[in-house]
Design a protein around this ligand. Structure first.
Ligand SMILES: NC(=O)c1ccc[n+]([C@@H]2O[C@H](COP(=O)([O-])OP(=O)(O)OC[C@H]3O[C@@H](n4cnc5c(N)ncnc54)[C@H](O)[C@@H]3O)[C@@H](O)[C@H]2O)c1
Ligand SMILES: O=P(O)(O)OC[C@H](O)CO
Length: 346
């Protein structure tokens, strides 16, 4: 079999993952719809809009032609923003071959349908959802391209597919664990962005570390609560895709979600925040999807609920904090029901 691997979409994360793959494989094709960007990557080995100052490996070949990018590849890694996933997967269908490995590294939902990314991909490619592998975990592109040690998880109920994805990406800088819980890993990666927006809001308001620790802890409780209701293994939320990614996204200088939240906390309107970012802030769309999911399933997500009202219903961040602090008294262990706990630990 060939050693060719393909990455679809040359944003910051697609480009960083192409760099990891270029250390392990002879041919890495990076597809983009932007011809200027493809020319820049091929000529200067840079992608300055997304990863300024970084020289990319010279065996990354960028192209706007999806057919030539995909033909003869052993694996296709899709790294579109959630808003573009269906379109990109739809375009891929005509070049897709059954013996290819399908990995995605997107953290979000299709907002209109509340579907997870592997569901969207499986519908478009006509393959079983269990054959899709998700790559997730605490991993900012800016650090990965500088070879800073990074750990991620690749998840699929298909052990062979997960092991193949592990083999594809693993190297001395990029350690890859497998996990069977596709649903949990996808949900953890998407939902942590809402809490990272909240952590940014808290910092923007000038609150301290106590508030942030509370947000992360109670945020993880509501992520686990809804995750289990949607079929995830609760233990996944204690892993890299859960607490690991929540910590990095809620505290890192590189986090788009944290930065957007912090600007909102300083009183900058959402439209201005998004204009100034120039990169996708998945937590905004994910808040909409999670708000709808929580209503549909009847699962309480109090932090998500407040962030939804701040983003879309003009609630002031301070009044959101007052609402959270003034909620009814609770026991801490309402994170997941006793029945669910026993089911997973029996
Ligand atoms: N940046 C990171 O460090 C990082 C790390 C882990 C996961 N992720 C996840 O990866 C996904 C992509 O994020 P990113 O940071 O690379 O975004 P980005 O904003 O850096 O780049 C997104 C790219 O997608 C392109 N695009 C958007 N819609 C498209 C479509 N329909 N067809 C083709 N191209 C399209 C844009 O032109 C842009 O080049 C997100 O779900 C994000 O949460 C990002
Ligand atoms: O920069 P963010 O906030 O989009 O987060 C990126 C990754 O999910 C971090 O693991």
């Amino acid at each position: 079999m060939s050693d060719k691997v393909t990455v679809l979409v040359a944003g910051s994360w697609g480009t960083a993952l192409a760099s990891v793959l270029a250390a392990n494989h002879s041919e890495v094709y990076l597809w983009t719809r932007n011809s200027d960007q493809a020319a820049e990557i091929n000529k200067s080995h840079t992608n300055d809009q997304y990863l300024p100052g970084i020289i990319l490996p010279s065996n990354i070949v960028a192209t706007t032609d999806m057919e030539s990018a995909v033909a003869g590849s052993k694996a296709v890694v899709i790294v579109a923003p959630s808003s573009g996933m269906r379109q990109v997967a739809h375009s891929l269908k005509q070049y897709w071959k059954e013996d290819m490995l399908c990995v995605h590294a997107t953290k979000g939902f299709e907002t209109e349908t509340m579907k997870r990314m592997s569901t969207v991909i499986s519908e478009e490619l006509g393959i079983a959802e269990g054959n899709v592998v998700v790559l997730s975990g605490p991993s900012h592109a800016e650090e990965v391209v500088r070879h800073c040690p990074t750990t991620v998880v690749v998840a699929s109920p298909d052990d062979k597919a997960a092991a193949a994805a592990q083999e594809l990406f693993i190297n001395n800088d990029f350690r890859v664990y497998t996990n069977r819980d596709l649903i949990g890993v996808e949900l953890a990666g998407a939902l942590k962005n809402i809490i990272a927006l909240g952590a940014g809001l808290s910092d923007g308001l000038g609150f301290g570390d106590n508030a942030k620790a509370a947000l992360l802890t109670r945020g993880l409780a509501e992520i686990s609560r809804v995750g289990v209701e949607m079929g995830a293994n609760p233990l996944t939320f204690s892993g890299l895709a859960g607490i690991g990614d929540l910590v990095v996204t809620a505290t890192s200088q590189h986090s788009r979600n944290w930065r957007a939240g912090s600007m909102l906390g300083k009183g900058i309107p959402l439209s201005e925040v998004l204009e100034s970012m120039g990169m996708v802030v998945e937590g905004i769309r994910t808040t909409q999807a999670a708000y709808a999911i929580s209503a549909k399933l009847g699962v309480q997500m109090p932090i998500t609920d407040q962030i939804y009202h701040v983003l879309f219903k003009d609630r002031s961040p301070r009044s959101a904090v007052e609402s959270l602090m003034g909620r009814d008294r609770k026991t801490e262990m309402e994170a997941i029901s006793q029945e669910t706990w026993e089911q997973w630990h029996s």
